[in-house]
Design a protein around this ligand. Structure first.
Ligand code: FES
Length: 160
C-alpha cells in the first residue's frame, strides 16, 4: 500500500465505532491501487487491522468486487442470479467465453477482458444484466455483447 493509502487506512480505522468496520473500505483502497489484492497486501491489511490473514481471506472470498489476480482492462461480470439465469445469462456467459477464448474467471490473452459470473447484481427487473467495469448493462443480448467487445477492442467504449 502506498503512503497515501496507508494514511487513509489509518484514518479509516478511527472513523468507525468498531475497527472491523474499516476492513472493506481498506480493501477497496488496495484494490484501487493494485487492481487486485496481492498476497503481501493481505498481510499488510491483517497487521493493520489486528486480525489474522485467514480472516481477511475469508472476507475477500465473499465479495466479487475484490480480485486475487490482476484482471483485464475490461472486467465483464455476468449475473448468474435466478432472474438472469431464467433470461439466458448462461448463454451470454458461454458466448463471452467462446468469443474471447477465456474460461470462467479468466482473462483473454491480449489482457483486455476478464469474464466473471457473479451473484445477483440487484437489477433483476432488467435481467439479464452484465456489468462492465462496474457499469450496468441491462437487458443485454449477444448482439449487445458483440458490439461491446468491438467497442472495447477499438478503445472507444464509452463506459469502460
Ligand atoms: S438475478 Fe441478475 S440482477 Fe438479480
Amino acid at each position: 500500500m502506498n503512503a497515501e493509502h496507508l494514511e487513509e487506512a489509518k484514518r479509516l480505522l478511527t472513523a468507525f465505532p468498531g475497527k472491523s468496520s474499516a476492513l472493506i473500505p481498506i480493501l477497496h483502497l488496495v484494490e484501487d491501487e493494485f487492481g487486485y489484492i496481492p498476497e503481501q497486501e493481505v498481510e499488510v491489511v491483517a497487521d493493520l487491522m489486528g486480525v489474522t490473514t485467514a480472516y481477511v481471506e475469508a472476507v475477500l472470498s465473499f465479495y466479487s468486487l475484490f480480485h486475487r489476480q490482476p484482471t483485464g482492462k475490461y472486467l465483464i461480470q455476468v449475473c448468474r442470479g435466478l432472474s438472469c439465469h431464467l433470461c439466458g445469462a448462461d448463454d451470454l456467459a458461454r458466448f463471452l467465453h467462446e468469443e474471447l477464448g477465456v474460461e470462467r474467471g479468466g482473462t483473454s490473452d491480449d489482457g483486455l477482458f476478464t469474464v466473471e459470473e457473479v451473484e445477483c447484481l440487484a437489477l433483476c427487473k432488467d435481467a439479464p444484466v452484465v456489468q462492465v467495469n462496474l457499469e450496468y448493462r441491462p437487458r443485454v443480448s449477444k448482439d449487445d455483447l458483440q458490439r461491446l467487445i468491438a467497442e472495447c477492442r477499438q478503445g472507444v467504449a464509452q463506459h469502460a
